[in-house]
Design a protein around this ligand. Structure first.
Ligand code: G6Q
Length: 563
């Protein structure tokens, strides 16, 4: 058995077959891809490599310091031609131009999507509602740099005159995952005399563990919240305030120990933070696209303004590549289209992201929000239900750890899991043979996945016949390999921008709004209704379903044990 689509073409469920096909499925390239898929679905990578000895050097692309080897994908030149044709039929190039132009492409929220302006050089011009936003961006960056210099230089002191040594970022979702990931990724460049922690969960344990060994007099909280109304963040911020005041006892300490990153000056002031200590951003920056805005203040405090600006340079280099390179050589476009190929024709449900770099241990978690909150949508921008699959599930862990855990399923399971391997030619911590061993594993895994091991090869090793099926590797498992020089701030910027634009490419093909997130609203609203039902002294009148009602009753009973 070889891995191929369990459904003949695309992923259309019978009950979703509508009399009129969606615009995407009506595109000429879609129909051609569907036919092409039938011809290619059982073709082996072994065959493709044997037919073209130069394939591994030909199916590569390079930009902004990122070398992409996409030769181990289940594609031919014809596949690429058709995928690029599909992108053109979906006006990808025009959509890219529209984003950079500041058009309101986040249609359901009627907003521009201008995270590319966050890393534009000082002399660039990017207009939003008739105003060039680039000077605004740089004014905030300068303010962040000034604050960072004062804090790291010891000029900014706590209320009791002590130097600030601990930074705690309080935020959630887009106001947390980017800062955490970037701090871990760039730890090598960070000020090791300082401690950085991140509190996101409304679970009190998160806050309690973050502060348990810290001196409030040496601690600064960054309250990061675009809206400054998010339940988790505001609860943690109020708890932080109380923790600080228990020890410093003086309301005036707030000004020295709290700063805010937000678009909502009114709420920041209401919380008691001096708006002079607020770092702003704009409604045209989505939360999950904001790690390079003021939301990255903790990153800048950790690695310093120069490294932060270098990271922005990496983002910008990838932006420019995405904006200007022809689709045939455009890394985010190619990777995005390959994702569409597997999602919609091979019926792949997930993508594994496997960084062979310990510092990128939070990168898969970061990508989960970026990709799944962006492209986990079931209606088009026109509000019509799609008749094809959209965003796949992203997951992953750093190598080599994953190899001793879930790789078994990728190699020998029944599901097709396209993988992105991410590796760096140089390590930041050279230790004997470690790096050669690490990289040998990257190359070995992509080779094993693609080419497997045939029954003949297994038999030739003297394997008894009954064991042959167990030791057989079918191969034909696709992967991309991203090879960069070293994990510098620049490299991190290019990598994040690469995935941002992969998401954009796919969202454009699928005609969905990659920049809203209505799917998180319902649970939030229900929780607000349930909180008083858990807290009320008298038995509340419950009007949920029987399951939810019973769970609430049981919780109320258990949290106040008799006697
Ligand atoms: C990201 C989402 C979401 C958001 C959080 C935090 O794109 O919008 O994850 O970042 O809900 O929101 P605030 O920054 O407003 O607290």
């Amino acid at each position: 058995m070889t891995i191929s689509s369990r459904r003949p073409v695309g992923t259309v469920q019978p009950d979703r077959e509508q009399p009129g096909k969606s615009p995407l499925r009506s595109r000429p390239a879609w129909a051609l891809l569907a036919q092409h898929f039938q011809r290619l679905k059982d073709v082996q990578l072994r065959q493709l490599f044997a037919n073209d000895p130069a394939r591994g050097e030909r199916l590569v692309a390079e930009a902004a310091g990122v070398y992409l080897d996409y030769s181990k994908n289940r594609i031919t030149d014809e596949t690429l031609t058709l995928l690029v044709q599909l992108a053109r039929e979906c006006d990808l190039e025009d959509h890219i131009a529209a984003m950079f132009r500041g058009d309101k492409i986040n249609v359901s929220e009627n907003r521009a999507v201008l995270h590319v302006a966050l890393r534009a050089p000082r002399d660039a011009r990017i207009m939003h509602d008739g105003r060039n936003v680039v000077p605004d961006v740089h004014a905030v960056l300068d303010k962040m740099a000034d604050f960072t210099a004062r804090l790291r230089g010891g000029e900014w002191k706590g209320r009791t005159g002590k130097r600030i040594r601990n930074i705690i970022n309080i935020g959630i979702g887009g106001s947390d995952l980017g800062p955490v990931m970037a701090y871990e990724a760039l730890r090598h460049y960070s000020d090791r005399t300082m401690t950085f922690r991140f509190v996101s969960n409304v679970d009190g344990t998160d806050f309690a563990e973050a502060v348990r060994d810290l001196d409030p007099g040496e601690t600064l909280f960054i309250v990061s919240s675009k809206t400054f109304t998010t339940l988790e963040t505001m609860s943690n911020a109020h708890t932080a305030r109380a923790w600080l005041l228990t020890s410093l006892k003086d309301e005036s300490a707030i000004a020295k120990h709290f700063v805010a990153v937000s678009t909502n000056a009114q709420e920041v002031a209401r919380f008691g933070i001096d708006t002079a200590n607020m770092f702003g951003f704009w409604d045209w920056v989505g939360g999950r696209y904001s790690m390079d805005s003021a939301i990255g203040l903790s990153t800048m405090l950790a690695i310093g303004p120069d490294n932060f600006r270098a990271m922005l340079g990496g983002f910008h280099a990838m932006d420019e590549h995405f904006r200007s390179a022809p689709l045939e050589r455009n890394l985010p476009a190619l990777m995005g289209l390959l994702g569409v190929w597997y999602t919609d024709f091979f019926d792949a449900q997930t993508v594994a992201v496997l960084p062979y770099e310990q510092y990128l241990k939070r990168f898969p978690a970061y990508l989960q929000q970026l990709t799944m909150e962006s492209n986990g949508k079931h209606v088009t921008t026109d509000g019509v239900r799609v008749d094809y699959d959209t965003g796949p599930i992203y997951w992953g862990e750093p190598g080599t750890n994953g190899q001793h855990s879930f790789y078994q399923l990728i190699h020998q399971g029944t599901r097709l899991i396209p993988c992105d391997f991410i590796a760096f030619a140089r390590t930041l911590n050279p230790l004997g043979r470690h790096h050669d061993m690490l990289l040998a594993n990257v190359f070995a895994q992509t080779e094993a996945l693609a080419f497997g091991k045939t029954a003949e090869e297994v038999r030739a090793e003297g394997t008894p016949e009954w064991l042959v099926p167990h030791r057989l590797f079918e191969g034909n498992r696709p992967s991309n390999t991203l090879l960069l020089d070293a994990l510098t701030p620049v490299a991190l910027g290019t990598l994040v921008a690469l995935y941002e634009h992969i998401v954009f490419t796919q969202g454009t093909i699928w005609q969905i709004d990659s920049f809203d997130q209505w799917g998180v609203e319902l649970g939030k609203a229900l929780a607000q209704k349930i909180i008083p039902q858990l807290e009320s002294a008298s038995e509340p009148k419950l009007e949920h379903d029987s399951s939810t009602n019973a769970l609430i009753r049981r919780y109320r009973k258990s949290k106040r044990p008799e006697g």
